[in-house]
Design a protein around this ligand. Structure first.
Ligand SMILES: C[S@@+](CC[C@H](N)C(=O)[O-])C[C@H]1O[C@@H](n2cnc3c(N)ncnc32)[C@H](O)[C@@H]1O
Length: 265
């Protein structure tokens, strides 16, 4: 599969979202183009070589659906067997996605759903690939949970900043206190982030995914540059190990880490 270049992504951003061939991209759009080019490379690896094979890509916490619509145009081309679905809760962004969708050159079916990523009934039956770029607040945790419940075959997830809404944060904070992790912000923040990332990784592995966590672009492009690459492999040994590690991480009480906004364990 041909990888779209940065220049392909920049021109598609111009045409589809700005609506002009040669408008200037703003500085943040230039950074977005770098992220999208790197993410499309990841998505390309999951697109089946056989263009008759059904393929459903779900763009979660989609915003203006940059990921899904660029994948439709630059990776799926004329594949009528492919479907791209955007799931986003903000009605204004869903409408902007629809407007942009009308400009996309693709044979893939496009669908735009307004709703919460945590409502698994909004997810399609057979998700070949769910992708979430900068899923904010508790959205990353909800995406992981829905992907597990929907048995999505693969998930590419780039969480946003770890806000108070991250499910594992209360447990991470308690561990920081118990271990005497200094409160100096850069030290404390890194520790908390590690616990949150560890819990998310183990939760996916316990559910049958092989997970790699990588930096998909340089930190100067975005400080939120960690990509979870999760592939459903059903490896029983890995799941069992992850379940044991998850229990250890969650502590002797086995407390659930799932919380609502800033809630308690
Ligand atoms: C930082 S933006 C990223 C948008 C897009 N993925 C991108 O990279 O341009 C996060 C998006 O997630 C949406 N969002 C946050 N929580 C959500 C949830 N629980 N369900 C659905 N959408 C959510 C927000 O409305 C926002 O559009």
């Amino acid at each position: 599969m041909n990888q779209p270049s940065l220049s392909d992504v920049r021109s598609a951003l111009h045409r589809i979202w700005i609506g002009e061939e040669e408008a200037q991209l703003r500085r943040e759009d230039e950074k977005k183009a770098l992220e999208l080019t790197a993410l499309l490379e990841e998505i390309a690896r999951r697109v089946p070589a056989n263009d008759k094979k059904p393929f459903t890509l779900l763009d979660v916490a989609a915003g203006k659906s940059y990921v899904g619509l660029l994948a439709a145009e630059l990776l799926l081309g004329e594949r009528a067997s492919a479907q791209v679905i955007s799931l986003e809760r903000d009605p204004r962004r869903v409408e902007l996605s629809r407007v942009a969708g009308a400009r996309v050159r693709t044979g893939a079916r496009l669908e735009f759903i307004e709703g919460e990523v945590g409502r698994v009934e909004l997810w399609p039956q057979e998700v070949a690939l769910a992708v979430g770029l900068h899923a904010c607040g508790s959205a990353s945790d909800e995406v992981i949970e829905s992907a597990i419940q929907a048995r999505a075959r693969a998930l590419l997830l780039v969480p946003c900043c770890t806000s108070r809404a991250a499910w594992a944060l209360p447990r991470a904070t308690r561990l920081a206190e118990e271990l005497g992790i200094p409160r100096a912000a850069p030290v404390r923040r890194r520790f908390l982030q590690s616990v949150v990332d560890a819990e998310r990784t183990l939760r996916l592995e316990a559910a049958g995914y092989r997970v790699e966590v990588v930096e998909f672009v340089a930190p100067r492009v975005t400080p939120h540059n960690v990509l979870y690459r999760a592939i459903l492999t059903h490896d029983a040994g890995r799941s069992e190990r992850a379940r044991a590690e998850l229990l250890r991480l969650r502590g002797p009480s086995g407390a659930t880490v799932r919380t609502t906004e800033g809630g308690q364990e």
